[in-house]
Ligand binder design. Structure first.
Ligand code: GCU
Length: 674
């Protein structure tokens, strides 16, 4: 036998390396969960060539059909009272719906099922009529709380208003991604809205965007600045009861609809964080919202009026929205919907649901979720938010008896609602992979899937997303065990892990000021509003820690329906995940597991860090199953997440120990950061 020379050995290794690299193709993440597959031949009937939407449906089938080769897929518009506007039926190879967008959603569902190995007949109606992304994009192209580059819609500079082919391509890819998960609406600009949004050039650009989104079933909405009649229109007031102001808005709305006849409506942040609003003119939220609603009504437009309000005078920020809005329940026009953040504070890693859900019985309320990870590690940390949203949707408000879950009090199951909606603050930017972190794409995906079906389980969403996003590049029989299972577990654990190393047991809002990335429990610069400083929220002193919202405290518990009100009022019956949100407790308070509060806090922080370290191990092991580019990107992100989790832990340990004056438990790793 011939000896294998050193040189040929080298060659063999090189070949093996090259073929490995070839089978795991480099991937920039741009295709999201819509990755090219080896489609089989297929015939599509029923796609009326005059319909842009049906043309898309047809094309999607042709480029992704994994069913029987040579099959015929029928698209059928039908009259069917069991189907809501966007709903669809899949029966064998036939997709039927009452609208073209329904057909499109049915097609995406059919293809998704083929790709994830879950083929069956299905009838599906969306939980919410309006499934909307809120883009906090500024007209100069920056994005408030955006971590994935600049806006895909707006930019500064000489060509700010030129609509380029690249723009259109990007908008179309964006629209397609949304349609594939059932999202049917977009607010194109920041809630901290510039009055210029309603300027001529800006509206012309909106028209161009709307034209690209329309065939994908997506309606366009805008956030407006309540003082626009003054700041853009030159009027002396923006008082919603002033006839000139009313006239101004009517004319502006007419102008908008002339450009975009199917325009959706306005999103309004009023009298919140310095934004103008009706209260500036001694008018109410209802006065402001109704005036705009009247202007939009002839065109079937709606107003999404936000309830994110708080001010320095109220001694508990958590109570303010309820106090301000409950008196107006039933006083809003029927085309107004109140947009309420999931929690009473502000998109924290965990907080209880807002007490407005289910309490406003005569006014439709829509949840606002945050897809962009403002408080959950930006685009640096892996935090799969489906579990957080599932927790919210499932929370029982008890407002109309048992099983009045947040899902059911907002989706029309309990209250007859003319409009039902859910909003998600988008994490999309110009980054090649859209969301900065490859795993942040999963949050965009999860928002859409839950908006379509608020009963879906996080695990099922993770299952779909992982298979769609990673499987097509892999031909490896061990993929399930080697990649799918460990990655799914990592995703499902990830939100709780962030809670652990940052703010467990009901702690909240102890972030560094402004950027909200790292820890800042101590942050309280002189002169800053108290409710903008973490010590206001954790209230730590030598005797203990936590915000007392019981009857003897601020009585925020009273805003919840029984039995929750009593349950939260009593420390023994408060779920431990909300402990320090509702109670101020001694450092020696004993938890259910027998640990003192201090020891338990230390253990949570420590556990969180160990868990991210484990994520690193998990990810290292999946290397053979994923392309090098995505592998490296995520590996680098996890490195940073571990370092920053450690920083969170150390900061919390050292800062709070000044008050607790107790030693760290033996098993807790000592701080290495000062
Ligand atoms: C948070 C966020 C702001 C945002 C605000 C809002 O406070 O930090 O950037 O404008 O929410 O939702 O209006």
């Amino acid at each position: 036998m011939k000896m294998i020379t050193k040189a040929s050995k080298k060659l063999i290794w090189a070949c093996a390396f090259v073929s490995l690299a070839l089978c795991a193709k480099a991937d920039d993440g741009h295709n999201l969960w819509l990755r090219p597959v080896n489609a089989k031949a297929v015939k599509v009937t029923g796609a009326n060539p005059k319909s842009a939407t049906l043309a898309i449906a047809k094309k999607e089938i042709e480029q992704a059909w994994l069913g029987t080769a040579g099959a015929t897929v029928k698209l059928k518009l039908v009259k069917d009272p069991t189907l809501k506007a966007d709903g669809f039926k899949i029966a064998g190879n036939t997709v039927s719906a009452t609208t073209e967008s329904g057909i499109l959603y049915g097609v995406y569902e059919m293809l998704r099922r083929q790709q994830t190995g879950n083929i069956s007949n299905v009838v599906s109606n969306p939980s919410y009529q309006i499934r909307i992304l809120n883009h906090w994009d500024n007209l100069n192209g920056s994005i408030e709380r955006g971590y994935a580059g600049n806006s895909i819609f707006w930019r500064a500079g000489d060509n700010a208003f030129t609509v380029t082919d690249a723009d259109k391509k990007r908008w179309e890819e964006y629209a397609r991604a949304n349609a594939s998960i059932g999202i049917n609406a977009s607010v194109l600009n920041n809630v901290n809205a510039s009055p210029n949004m309603l300027g001529e050039k800006e509206l012309a650009r909106m028209k161009a965007i709307a034209a690209v989104l329309r065939p994908y079933g997506i309606k366009t909405y805008l956030a407006i600045n309540f003082a626009s009649p003054m700041r853009l229109g030159g009027l002396k007031t923006a008082d919603p009861l002033d006839p000139e102001v009313i006239k101004w808005w009517k004319a502006k709305v007419a102008e908008v609809y002339k450009l975009v006849p199917d325009f959706g409506g306005f999103l309004v942040k009023a009298n919140s964080e310095g934004q103008p609003g009706p209260q500036d003119f001694k008018r109410t939220h209802a006065d402001g919202a109704n005036m705009l609603a009247d202007a939009l009504k002839p065109y079937k437009g709606i107003v999404m009026w936000r309830a994110f309000v708080y001010n320095a005078e109220e001694k508990d920020r958590a109570k303010q929205a309820y106090l301000e809005f409950m008196p107006f329940d039933g006083k809003f026009r029927d085309n107004v919907i109140i947009q309420v953040k999931n929690g009473p504070i502000d998109f924290q890693p965990r907080e209880p649901f807002s007490p407005l859900f289910g309490a406003m019985k005569k006014t439709p309320v829509m949840p606002e979720l945050q897809i962009t990870q403002e408080y959950l590690g930006h685009a640096e940390q892996l935090a799969f938010l489906a579990t957080m949203w599932e927790e919210l949707y499932k929370s029982d408000t008890y407002q109309e008896g048992k099983n009045s879950t947040v899902a059911r009090v907002t989706d029309g199951s309990i209250f007859p609602q003319k409009y039902t909606a859910v909003a998600g603050v988008s994490n999309v930017g110009l980054d090649t992979n859209w969301t900065g972190h490859d795993f942040a794409q999963a949050n965009w995906y999860a928002f859409g899937r839950l908006a379509w079906n608020n009963q879906l389980k996080s695990e099922d969403i993770a299952n779909e997303w992982i298979k769609l996003t990673f499987a097509p590049t892999i031909e490896n029989k061990d993929w399930n065990k080697g990649f799918y299972e460990p990655v799914k577990k990592m995703m499902l654990d990830s939100r709780e892990v962030v809670v652990n190393y940052s703010m467990p047991l009901g702690l909240h809002h102890i972030f560094a000021g402004n950027h909200h990335y790292g820890p800042g429990a101590w942050y309280a610069p002189r002169g800053t509003r108290k409710d903008w400083t973490p010590p206001y929220y954790h209230q730590a002193d030598e005797n203990g820690i936590g915000f007392d919202r019981t009857k003897t405290g601020t009585d925020a518990v009273d805003q919840y329906h029984e039995p929750l009100s009593s349950e939260f009022n009593n420390v023994a019956t408060t779920p431990e995940i909300y402990l320090l949100y509702f109670h101020h407790l001694s450092w020696d308070y004993k938890l259910k597991n027998g640990q003192t509060l201090w020891d338990a806090l230390c253990n949570h922080w420590n556990t969180g860090v160990n868990q991210v370290r484990q994520f690193q191990v998990t990810w290292d092991k999946v290397q053979p199953y994923v392309d090098a580019e995505r592998f490296t990107r995520v590996q680098e992100k996890l490195r940073r997440q571990t370092r920053d989790a450690q920083f969170w832990k150390d900061a919390n340990l050292l800062y709070f120990q000044q008050f607790s004056k107790r030693p760290f438990p033996d098993n807790v790793e000592r701080p290495i950061n000062n």
